[in-house]
Design a binder for this molecule. Structure first.
Ligand code: PMP
Length: 356
């Protein structure tokens, strides 16, 4: 793994914050230049939070079976994606492989970090183009080291915006083909019935699996994302992150959310029932051309006039995502599954839509 890292990260002497230097409980903390007085009336708000989010990681281990030693918490999984670029990709030289259409932030973080993007687009049926991937990697092997190399490869499963999940044997095949860091983004994992790529970690030390509490765990506002990775990768991600990247209130919200597993499971069951209902109702509407099958909490829907319908819905106070400019997604809207009432409002509005 070390040879994949940027040199400055491999040689980094990490910032050592006060809360890292001392372990355990003490009476008097005069180590972090905090204010002795707590103004907002909530205990501990004058103190820095745990930089390693130990309690959250313990809860993730107990509730989701994500091993404590293999997790790093980010300020949303977006922060972890950005940090992966900063760890592994030399700006202006190295590449990241992206399979479009997929989560748009991979490209944006690549651009921000001045990292080139190698495209291995999904096939028109949204499956992974293994021939294309092999050809891309072979071509890269032929070119010299000075031309940089692909350090990261992103697979989003279930994929945003297409909704399909990839079977574990396909993820395994990608990990076998690619000798860089394979990032499997499982933000929508809870809505699918596929096996998690976490089970591959022991065999593929260069695999990083991303999870988030923003979707099924209803905590998008808290900003808590999770990297599940080999211990060496975790160590690097911890060494270079902002020392106190996840605030105390967010860590507390995560802990409160994770003990609500029963409620979360109940809401998940309702979301899946609603997905089925909306998926069945949409094709009956004249403006709907196709509803793609989904393993996530949204549906990709091909309509006859995506731009017009997007504006029509917005003007009725219903906001969906227009994905019609994405590869293979002509005239497609991505529609989140909401509450039963919200979904009904959407269906009624679409049934009243008249082509202009
Ligand atoms: N990955 C995917 C595939 C997403 O769709 C999103 C958010 N829409 C994220 C990651 C970012 O999630 P977070 O809230 O954890 O930053």
């Amino acid at each position: 793994m070390r040879e994949l890292l940027r040199k400055n990260i491999a040689n980094l002497v990490p910032y050592s914050c006060a809360r890292n230097d001392f372990e355990g409980e003490a009476d008097v903390y005069l180590d972090a230049n905090e204010n002795w007085r707590d103004f907002v009336g909530e205990q501990g708000r004058n103190r820095y939070p745990d930089p390693l989010c130990k309690q959250v990681r313990k809860a993730l281990d107990e509730v989701l079976g994500l091993p404590f030693a293999n997790t790093v918490i980010g300020n949303g999984s977006d922060e972890i994606i950005d940090n992966l670029f900063r760890c592994f990709c030399n700006p202006g030289l190295d590449k990241a492989i992206i399979m479009s259409p997929t989560y748009g932030a991979y490209r944006v973080f690549a651009d921000i970090n001045d990292v080139l993007v190698g495209q291995v687009p999904l096939k028109a049926d949204f499956s992974i183009d293994f021939d294309g991937l092999e050809a891309f990697l072979q071509q890269e092997k032929k070119s010299g080291v000075d031309e940089g190399r692909s350090k990261l490869l992103f697979i989003c499963s279930p994929n945003n915006p297409t909704g399909n999940a990839y079977p574990i044997d396909q993820i395994e095949r990608v990990c076998s083909l690619f000798d860089g860091i394979t990032v499997v983004d499982e933000a929508y994992f809870d809505f699918s019935s596929t096996e998690s790529a976490v089970s591959l970690l022991s065999r593929f030390p260069r695999l990083v699996v991303l999870r988030t509490l923003s979707k099924c765990w209803s905590l998008a506002n808290a900003r808590v994302g999770i990297a599940v990775a080999n211990e060496a990768v975790c160590k690097v991600l911890i060494s270079m992150k902002y020392p106190y990247n996840v605030g105390g209130p967010s860590q507390e919200l995560a802990l409160k959310g994770l003990v609500q597993a029963d409620g979360v499971r109940e809401a998940l069951a309702t979301t899946l029932e609603e997905r089925k209902r909306v998926e069945a109702a949409l094709p009956l509407l004249p403006c709907v051309v196709k509803v793609f099958p989904s393993d996530a909490n949204f549906l990709l829907v091909r309509v006859d006039q995506a731009d017009a319908i997007y504006h029509y819905l917005a003007q009725k106070g219903i906001i969906v995502r227009n994905r019609s400019r994405e590869l293979h997604c002509e005239n497609c809207l991505r529609i989140t599954i909401g509450s039963r009432e919200e979904n009904d409002k959407l269906l009624v509005a679409l049934s009243q839509y008249k082509e202009i």
